[in-house]
Ligand binder design. Structure first.
Ligand SMILES: Cc1cc2nc3c(=O)[nH]c(=O)nc-3n(C[C@H](O)[C@H](O)[C@H](O)COP(=O)(O)OP(=O)(O)OC[C@H]3O[C@@H](n4cnc5c(N)ncnc54)[C@H](O)[C@@H]3O)c2cc1C
Length: 339
């Protein structure tokens, strides 16, 4: 039994001041990841700072210059079913609803979703080495059972993947993460928020220990006409992605004017390839071009044994999802994918 303190923060200033002065304090939102980590002895906070009552984090509102602000404390379910999200950012709605279960989405917050930790089996097993848990201890996943692990952006220190669905859509939509901390406010482009493991796999992202995510901004352009999210997994519900793809297209006739493609389940962060997106611009939206783009996205992909299958699977998923984005209704339950 570990003793710990609990304090409900009244406002963001109090939340920051509480965390700033306690190295081992943790914010808690929905608790759906933090409490699991605690039970597995991976997290052991001395103080919980409950951020569920912070008014500044609790709203979804349209921005003056266009775009939408998603409060970090808003629940994943409330975000997915918000009328503006459903109408203007259906890709985000679709990705959130592909994650977890209805019960978990009702508890999980937007901020917590960005900060959920990997599902690597070795990370969750406190009895074995893991560079993400104990830097310098080793990575048994590289030569172990690595079916769920990364094929892109890995390092000799870590091959874990970041497991979020929501974040794959946020990456494709070029969201921005708003943060407050002891030295003031700052914003990070979504592409720069999560990290590759490199030689510091213990750091999942670029948020500092004493900073609080206040909101996530979506740009005005939501790609509502042509989008698709495809999640390939072992079970249809309650399973993390082996590979997922978010595709957002802007079309003129069948020509691609703008495109964003993000992959989940394949790397330590949602994966984007500028080269592939630039290649597709001005091209016909067809299987042949999506196939060339897939090869560009997967350049340098490397398997570690059990996860080799992901390279082929990701290629097929990128092509299939590109074609589904031409006809988003094809994603509805029961509809046949068009490839
Ligand atoms: C069985 C199961 C299945 C799941 N399946 C999926 C899935 O398929 N796809 C998917 O995407 N996710 C899935 N999840 C993960 C789920 O989406 C996350 O657990 C959830 O989003 C975390 O949000 P939370 O509010 O509960 O975070 P918490 O557990 O409260 O917090 C997580 C971390 O974030 C920190 N934190 C929270 N909010 C803030 C903030 N505003 N600022 C700074 N730090 C903050 C906390 O200190 C903690 O370190 C699953 C979870 C479970 C338990």
């Amino acid at each position: 039994m570990n003793n710990f303190g609990y304090k409900q923060a009244e406002d963001t200033r109090e939340a920051i001041s509480l965390i700033e002065h306690n190295e081992t304090a943790k914010f808690v939102a929905g608790g759906t990841n933090l409490i699991d980590l605690w039970k597995y002895n991976i997290a052991n906070p001395s103080q919980l700072i409950d951020i569920n009552h912070l008014a500044e984090l609790s709203e979804i509102k349209t921005l003056e210059h266009g775009g939408l602000r998603l409060g970090a404390g808003v629940k994943n379910a409330d975000t997915a079913y918000h009328p503006v999200v459903e109408h203007q950012y259906p890709l985000l709605s679709k990705a959130i609803l592909a994650g977890a279960s209805a019960q978990i989405r009702n508890m999980a917050s937007n901020g917590g979703n960005l900060l959920q930790r990997t599902r690597c089996y070795y990370f969750y097993d406190a009895e074995v080495p893991c560079n993400k848990r104990i830097p310098g201890s080793g990575c048994p996943a590289k030569d172990g059972y690595n079916r769920i692990h990364a094929i892109l952006g890995t390092s000799e220190h870590c091959i874990a993947v970041f497991p979020s669905d929501m974040c794959v859509a946020l990456a494709a939509l070029d969201a921005v993460v708003n943060i407050t901390g002891p030295t003031g406010n700052r914003s990070i482009a979504f592409a720069d928020f999560h990290r590759l493991p490199d030689n510091r796999p213990d750091l999942d992202n670029n948020l500092k220990k004493d900073e609080l995510i206040t909101s996530i901004d979506l740009p005005e352009k939501g790609f509502a006409a042509n989008y698709a999210y495809l999640k390939l997994r072992d079970r249809h519900s309650y399973a993390f992605a082996l590979v997922s793809v978010a595709t957002a297209l802007e079309l003129k006739g069948n020509t691609i004017e703008d495109v964003k493609i993000a992959l989940g389940g394949v790397a330590h962060k949602p994966w984007r390839s500028t080269e592939a997106e630039e290649f597709l611009k001005g091209k016909a939206a067809n299987a042949e071009n999506f196939s060339i783009a897939a090869d560009l996205i997967l350049q340098g992909a490397k398997g570690f044994g059990y996860n080799e299958f992901k390279i082929k699977l990701a290629k097929k998923a990128i092509i299939r999802n590109g074609l589904m984005a031409l006809n988003p209704e094809s994603q509805l339950p029961g509809a046949q994918p068009s490839a």
